[in-house]
Design a protein around this ligand. Structure first.
Ligand SMILES: [Zn+2]
Length: 331
């Protein structure tokens, strides 16, 4: 267990070490000297600095309303309202402004077809639920099929592995040791879509600049203008964050980890976190909504603002809708 003061920094090192140890039978995979088979651990996704036991917030007192709040941008999925009494329609304008169609449903191959499930127990149930949920929201382009497995690291709660030199996806690992396994599954699938589903331009496997990629221009602007991301950027100039324990009147200090702040602000991590929240919000899955609430209310969530409030997320969700419509993944 790491202390508050060493936070994400030690977690990162610890998990990479654990991963290397657990894969000694394939040492070449972890050597950066042997292209092109060197994979890169894309992220320590949702690696959360583990609190010392005496600092553990009492999660049970921080739960929010278990019912997910209705989202404006998911208007097309609202149940139909009873028909109102008919009244005479107003006269039509001479040149009506065309209204873009709202998302109706998924299109294209199902994302679940791209995962070879080698999962067990809690992780297996989460993966099956989340992939079914994703299939109901959007399709995908031409994803490579990769395995998804259980991992047993105590700190990294999920990982997406890809080859270092051509970005080819290798596999996804999900740990059952988390109170937000479903959110982690969606987060890692978000990385898979970034690296394999959403086109990366002329050069296969080239790195993506979300800021410059026209497909992501709307998403990038919405994310950068969000309060959550602004607050993470503001942490750069601070040494401590603060969070409120349930029932406490005064905040508790949390020593910030600069490396973890940079990790949270990296473009592909912002994408994966926003994709996970998009799936949680759009699906109306009550378990994912509860996981999201726990994440936001946790000490870590209060300090680092890794996920957005519902209102803060609305413009981002709309941009992801547009992105998937543009890709033909949503009708
Ligand atoms: Zn990630």
């Amino acid at each position: 267990m790491s202390s508050l003061s060493n936070g994400g920094k030690e977690d990162t090192k610890g998990e990479v070490g654990a991963s290397v140890r657990s894969h000694r039978r394939q040492p070449e995979l972890f050597s950066r000297e042997i292209p092109p088979a060197s994979p890169k651990l894309n992220c320590q996704c949702t690696t959360i600095p583990i609190l010392d036991i005496d600092e553990q917030p009492e999660w049970s007192q921080t739960l929010h309303d278990p019912e997910p709040e209705e989202q404006d941008y998911a208007e097309s999925e609202k149940p139909e309202q009873p028909a109102k009494p008919r009244v005479a329609p107003p006269p039509k304008a001479a040149n009506p402004v065309p209204v873009p169609p709202k998302p109706k449903g998924p299109a294209g191959p199902a994302v679940s077809n791209s995962l070879d499930l080698q999962t067990k127990g809690k992780v297996d149930r989460a993966v099956r639920d989340v992939t079914k949920t994703i299939d109901d929201i959007h399709g995908d382009g031409n994803l490579t099929k990769i395995p998804i497995k259980n991992s047993y690291g105590k700190r990294a709660q999920g990982a997406f592995w890809r080859e270092q030199f051509n970005n080819r996806p290798i596999r996804i690992d999900i740990s059952p040791n988390s109170d937000h396994v479903k959110l982690n599954v969606a987060h890692e699938i978000g990385h898979l879509l970034d690296y394999n589903g959403i086109p990366r331009g002329a050069i296969h496997g080239s790195n993506r600049s979300f800021m410059l990629d026209p497909q992501f221009s709307g998403w990038f602007k919405a994310v950068k203008e969000s309060e959550a991301i602004k607050s993470i950027e503001a942490l750069k100039g601070k040494t401590h964050g603060e969070y409120l324990k349930p029932g406490a009147e005064q905040t508790t200090r949390w020593t910030l980890d600069r490396k973890h702040i940079n990790y949270l602000l990296s473009e592909n991590e912002m994408w994966a976190r926003s994709y996970a929240q998009y799936i949680a919000t759009k699906s109306g899955d009550s378990e994912m909504a509860t996981e999201l609430d726990k994440q936001r209310a946790s000490a870590y969530g209060q300090v680092y603002n890794s996920q957005w409030t519902d209102k803060d997320f609305e413009p981002i969700g709309k941009e992801i809708d547009k992105l998937f419509q543009g890709l033909g993944w949503i009708k």
